[in-house]
Structure formats: C-alpha cells, structure tokens
Design a protein around this ligand. Structure first.
Ligand code: NAI
Ligand code: MG
Length: 545
C-alpha cells in the first residue's frame, strides 16, 4: 500500500484522460465506437467457473486503461484445448483498433510524464503489479491452464514464478541504467544517456502467454516506453487478466495497451505501423521474417525477434546416465515440447546408446497424459487443434521418410476420453533418424524427440550445428574441459551442462542464426528498449578554422 500512495499523484493528475479529453482525440469515424464502448462496457467481462474456482476475465481490448469492444464489434472464440470447447468470446482487434491503441500509447509517451517520471516510481509500479499477481496467483494459474492445456505444476512452479520474478527483476533496474562519461577528448567532455524508444509494439506467442507478457512489458515500461502488446489468438486470457491488475496497480492510462487478435490482421498492422518505434516478437521464424519485412516496408522500426529452435542435446559416454535421462526427458517434456529451446535432437555416444535409450524411454513412457486439471497428470493436451494437427503431421512424415517410431507416435488415449475433441499427443521418440529428414530439421513444437548415435566429439559438433537454428543446446559429461569445448562449439544463444531448459530472467536469452535478433532478459534486453544519446560539451575547444 505504501508503494501505491507514493506514485498516485503522478498517475492521477497528469496522465489519466478525462472522458471529454479522450473523446476529443477520436476522429468522427470513431465516435460510433465510443458510443458502443459506453453502452456495452459492463458486458466486457465474463465469469468463468474453472474447476470450481470462479474467475472473472475481461474480454475487451485494453486501451487507455479501459476495456473496450473492437471498433467493428468483432469477437472471436477462445478454446479450451482439453475439450475443444469454447471458453468465451473476446474482442478482436483489427487495423483500426491498432491505430487507436497506438495513438493512445503515443499520447501516454508524449505526455512526457511517463518517460520523465522518477524511474524509481516506474519500478514501484512493476513491483506493485508483481504483488497483485501474487494476490491473484490462483486465478491467473487457472486461466492459463484452461486456455493453454498446461498442468498445474507447469503453470504454478515455472511460468508463474518466472513471470513474477521478471517483474521484480526489472523493477530493480529502474534506477540502475547509466551511461558512459569520457574525459578523453581534449577540449570536450562527453557523456551518454539512455532514452526510451517511444511506442513499442509487442507480439507474443501461445506457449507461455503469461510469462511472455511479463518478459515483454517489464523491460519496456521500466525504461520509460509505452506499449501496445498483442497476445496470441489461441491464448488471450491471462494477458487480459493482467491488464485488470495493471489498471489496479495504477499505471498511467496508455502505458500498456493490450489487443487480442490475429497475426495477419492486428499483428501485421502493428508491425507495419508508421508510428510504432519498435516491435518485439516471439514466435515462429516464418512470422519473424514477415515482421522484419513489415518493418523494412514501413518506418524501419527497430525489431527484436525470439524465434524457433531445433536444439541439440548431447550425451557423452562419461555422463551420469540416470541424471542425463532425467534431464533429457525434461528437455522435451517441459510444456510438452511446446518450448522454443526444447531439446529435440538427442545425440548419444555409441558406447552408451542402448543403456541411455532404455533409461530415457522408460522416463518418457511413464508420463501420464490426460486432463491437465488432474494433479496426477504430467502432460495435458497440446495448445490447439492447429498444433495438434501439425505435430501428428510431423510424426507421419517421420514414418514416411523411414525413421523408426521407438515410442508413442499417435494421438494419446486421453483424446478418445475427451470424445475425440481434446488435443492429446503421446510422448514420441524416433530412432534411425537421418540428418536430412524433416523431423531432424524442422521445429515440431510438441513431445517429439529424435535420438541419434555418434562416435566422436568432432562428429557430434558437426551434427549439432547442422541446423538453420541456434537457440540452445546441451551437453552431458563429467569432463569439464570437454563441457567448455562443447559449449564453445555449439552455435546457440543458450547452452547447458548436465541440465536442460533452465532460463532465468536475469540471464540474456536469444538466438544465433535464424533463431532470432537481439536478446531478451537480463541487462541485455534493456539495450533493445533504449536509444543511446551522445552529448558533447565544449570545455575549451575553439572552432576549427
Ligand atoms: P506465429 O509465429 O505465427 O505466432 C506467434 C504470434 O505472432 C501470434 O501472436 C500471432 O498472432 C502473431 N502473428 C502471426 N502472423 C503474424 C504477422 N504476419 N504479423 C504479425 N504478427 C503475426 O506462430 P503460430 O502460427 O502460432 O505457430 C506455428 C509454429 O510456430 C509452431 O508450431 C512453432 O513451431 C512455432 N512457434 C514458436 C514459438 C517460439 O517460442 N519460438 C512460439 C509459437 C510458435
Ligand atoms: Mg486456448
């Protein structure tokens, strides 16, 4: 509470628009929209019963700290992947809504109050948001599980602490951004300062909706930018709930604006917008390419991309095989393989291939797949029908191209239990895999792993790097000199030794090659949300003649 009082005067007095001033900013074509907004704002939330817990979720577009219907009145269905049933309809942003949100974010940015606010107060707002998340933890987790198919363990032990930790970490950066000072130029003194970019467009995927929301907004707002963020069409709910908390925390109106909507319409409009200064994207490499093109074709907005992966996970003969099998199973099973850094290509030294495969297979076979609200279940459904069809298509291609299905390979029994409507896939292991097979090269984004034998370190380095991706990779060995050689040799942004999938908000994360541009997390991402300005002061230099 003490935190809230300290920032309230800024949030209230200077930045929140009155209804009249808000109305005056809209063009005549938007007046109908305003009308609809006032008439139906009460309906822009829905009470859900999630496993006995009542959770209210806003369903509007969040612009200027208000939930509003889309200008065109469009909505779309949000689906529960465990049953294939509709959960709720949410407002669908189109280009005209993107324009309004960007105008609002621009106004909030140009008001100066946000960028010029005492940075500590921006940090306090993030801390306050983290506290509100903790208060509403079970609501957020329930929504995330319902919308994505995640298990309670995944949502509560990983995604939730990761999200809160991210907010707290960036809150701490508020007053720690500094520049350089130089006394090395005779007759002049120079220093640099970091300035916010302006309006940041952010586009997030469906595999970690809550976590990606915090990864994106926290570094942007703590550095004084304002944000228009688009959630993934498959999973808009947790971000909507977060916006309710953003308003409650007291963020100035327009600092964070959220649009639910589709990529080709709302996403593309954001990436192409002439008044957006930066776009930060997480998702597929194909869409990353489209976003970079949209930037090039519009205003050359700055672009950071966190894209796909096909990460190698390498087991040497001297590894602790039990632990390696455990970590490797986790490497593919975390979030059911719907993780960009998943360990999808296992390479095992020939001396321990059979022994390792037996242990690894036992772990994969023991996973219980089913209703994600059942706490004894290890893996729920995959995220959507699109993803389900895609994964099963890749499994079929593996079979057709001659790989051996060593485990799994089908829709899981739980799909039948859900009346054929849920999207459950068996944990699947392929052996006899060749490097040029589709399942070796493309990101499957599901519980599907390939296992390949190798003989030498040189050979496995070549195999590991034989990919257009470069997001992550791991090595399991007791030989630390080898561990260092291998992690140096793997061309990827994150590497692990004797573990897999640890990604901490304080450590830079991002991709080599076609896995991305720029870094998220840690101090590194702050460079992507600020411009560096050089300032020279004349301390006695005469104008050159
Ligand atoms: P996607 O990359 O198309 O979607 C991610 C986000 O981008 C969503 O918010 C979507 O609405 C938006 N988007 C789509 N097209 C856009 C466009 N032209 N302009 C601007 N925004 C756009 O991924 P999708 O279709 O959901 O999944 C396909 C595959 O992508 C997955 O099977 C997986 O292999 C990969 N993927 C990778 C992720 C990662 O974390 N690296 C996350 C999600 C998907
Ligand atoms: Mg969903």
């Amino acid at each position: 509470m003490a935190i809230k009082t300290s920032f309230r005067p800024i949030a209230r007095g200077m930045l929140r628009p009155t209804r009249a001033s808000a109305a005056s900013r809209y063009t005549s074509s938007n007046l109908t929209f305003l009308h609809i907004r006032l008439a139906s704002s009460a309906a822009l939330a829905k009470k859900l019963n999630i496993g006995g817990r009542e959770v209210t979720v806003p369903t509007g577009l969040f612009i200027g700290n208000e939930f509003r219907p889309a200008i065109g009145g469009n909505t779309f269905a949000v689906e529960n992947p465990a049953t294939g049933e509709e959960i709720v309809q949410v407002a669908e942003a189109r280009e005209e809504d993107v324009n309004v949100a960007v105008t609002e974010a621009r106004r909030a940015f140009e008001d100066k109050a946000w960028a010029d606010v005492n940075p500590v107060e921006r940090g306090e707002l993030l801390l306050r948001l983290a506290q509100l998340m903790e208060r509403d933890k079970e609501d957020l987790i329930a929504l995330e599980m319902l919308d994505t198919g995640k298990t309670y363990r995944q949502a509560s032990n990983l995604d939730f602490p990761g999200s809160v930790g991210t907010l707290k970490y960036y809150a701490g950066w508020a007053d720690k951004l500094v520049g350089l000072t130089s006394f090395n130029i005779p007759g002049a003194f120079a220093y640099t300062r970091r300035e916010p970019l302006g309006v940041c467009g952010q586009i997030i995927p469906w595999n970690f909706p809550l976590l990606m929301f915090t990864w994106k907004i926290a570094p942007a707002v703590v550095t004084g930018n304002t944000v228009v963020i688009k959630s993934a069409e498959a999973t808009p709910l947790s971000a909507l709930k977060m916006c309710e908390l953003i308003k409650e925390a007291g963020f100035p109106a327009g600092t964070v604006n959220l649009l639910s909507g589709f990529g080709k319409t709302a996403g593309n409009a954001l990436a192409s917008h002439m008044d957006v200064d930066k776009v930060a994207f997480t998702g597929s490499t194909a869409t990353g390419r489209a976003i970079l093109k949209a930037s090039a074709a519009s205003n050359l907005k700055k672009v950071t991309l966190e894209l796909g992966g096909k990460s190698p996970n390498i087991i040497f003969a001297d590894a602790d095989l039990d632990k390696a099998a455990e970590w490797s199973a986790w490497g593919i099973n975390m979030n059911f393989g719907q993780t960009c850094h998943a360990g999808t290509r296992l390479y095992v030294h020939e001396d321990v291939y059979d022994a390792f495969l037996e242990k690894f297979t036992a772990r994969m076979a023991a996973l219980k797949v089913g209703d994600n609200f059942d706490r004894s279940v290890d893996q729920g459904p995959v995220n959507s029908k699109m993803q389900y069809d895609k994964i099963l298509g890749y499994i079929e291609s593996g079979r057709q191209e001659g790989a051996t299905v060593h485990l799994g390979g089908s829709a899981a029994e739980a799909s039948t239990k859900a009346g054929g409507k849920g999207y459950y896939v068996e944990p699947t292991i392929f052996t006899n895999v060749k490097p040029d097979m589709t399942i070796s090269r493309e990101e499957i984004f599901g519980p599907v792993v390939t296992v390949t034998k190798f003989k030498t370190e040189e050979e496995v380095i070549e195999l590991a790097n034989d990919t257009t991706y470069g997001l992550a990779g791991a090595v399991h060995t007791k030989d630390y000199a080898r561990a260092v050689r291998m992690t140096n040799a793997i061309k990827a942004g994150t590497t692990w030794v004797n573990m897999y999938n640890l990604v901490h908000w304080s450590i830079p994360f991002g991709g080599y090659k076609q896995s991305g541009l720029g870094r998220e997390c840690g101090e590194a991402v702050l460079e992507n949300y600020t411009e560096v300005k050089a300032v020279y002061l004349n301390t006695g230099m005469a104008a050159p003649q």
